[in-house]
Design a protein around this ligand. Sequence first.
Ligand code: ADP
Ligand code: MG
Length: 361
Amino acid sequence: MEEIPVKVAVRIRPLLCKEVLHNHQACVRVIPNTQQIIIGRDRVFTFDFVFGKNSTQDEVYNTCIKPLVLSLIEGYNATVFAYGQTGSGKTYTIGGGHVASVVEGQKGIIPRAIHEIFQNISENPSIDFSIKVSYIEVYKEDLRDLLELETSMKDLHIREDEKGNTVIVGAKECQVESADEVMSLLEMGNAARHTGTTQMNEHSSRSHAIFTISICQVEKNIEAGEDGSWYSHRQIVSKFHFVDLAGSERVTKTGNTGERFKESIQINSGLLALGNVISALGDPRRKSSHIPYRDAKITRLLKDSLGGSAKTVMITCVSPSSSDFDESLNSLKYANRARNIRNKPTLNFSPESDRMDEMEF
Ligand code: ADP
Ligand code: MG
């Protein structure tokens, strides 16, 4: 089985108006005509893809996501995850904001991928497609179903199916027929994400959101005739996860501990676990085969995407502002480590078709 590395992209957003107003200086930039990024005076990092402040949504999609969508249709699982501190451009890039009100050119990855998938379907009349979407969120290690808010988190469970793929038992999977239908579910889920708490920003910057599109394809092959021919159709089931991770910044909290105020630094435990998984997978001197996927929900959910059988792209978003220097440097180091992860992508024939092959044999 061929091993391919997780592809790592870095996107630097432009300085925001308020940053320009406050005279922030940019401290990160792409070195022209290279795949390198320089931060500060002399720290240089190389990535699979780099996008500077003038990069467009279209460019990001076409360069690093479109190939994944085509692989999805071939039958591979695919994942894109956005990493970076709050305000660095994760939601903008993934396209999980208020999608209905966004102008065409500003649309992020999810709407573009949806469009591409349905375009492909309309061009392939000899294949029966059935598409489902689900949208869940992990907040403080609890799962929430963004498409069915009444579902209690106690009824959502992470399990592994017989092929070792992670599934969320209890999550609503909506069968969809058109791109518009998917977009309205996305919009609905995004709204649930934002109104799920009174502390809106705190919530969305501390939660991981996973939007999943599953495609089941059955080739309509009738020619096998005579004896019923039920085994002649090939069935492929593949999934694309779009993951908007929690903000990677260290959250500084001041709490009263009796006589004096003690400052503690709190990092999202899921991201910490993700960092450990990335380190373990990327360490060439690693002796044991133990990867701590089970330490957090997000790492369990992304197991197949990191070191598994999916094709994965990580997009690290960074703010250019010199006031975010430390966080940006941390994000670049994190991204650099992820480049060492190797996956073994495999085509996903469904269990049914396996069984049919067996019977045929
Ligand atoms: P995050 O999800 O990482 O917290 P957002 O995606 O919400 O960050 O982005 C923060 C702000 O920066 C938003 O106002 C967003 O519109 C803007 N922004 C982010 N990336 C870009 C970009 N590449 N071009 C223009 N504006 C951007
Ligand atoms: Mg966001």
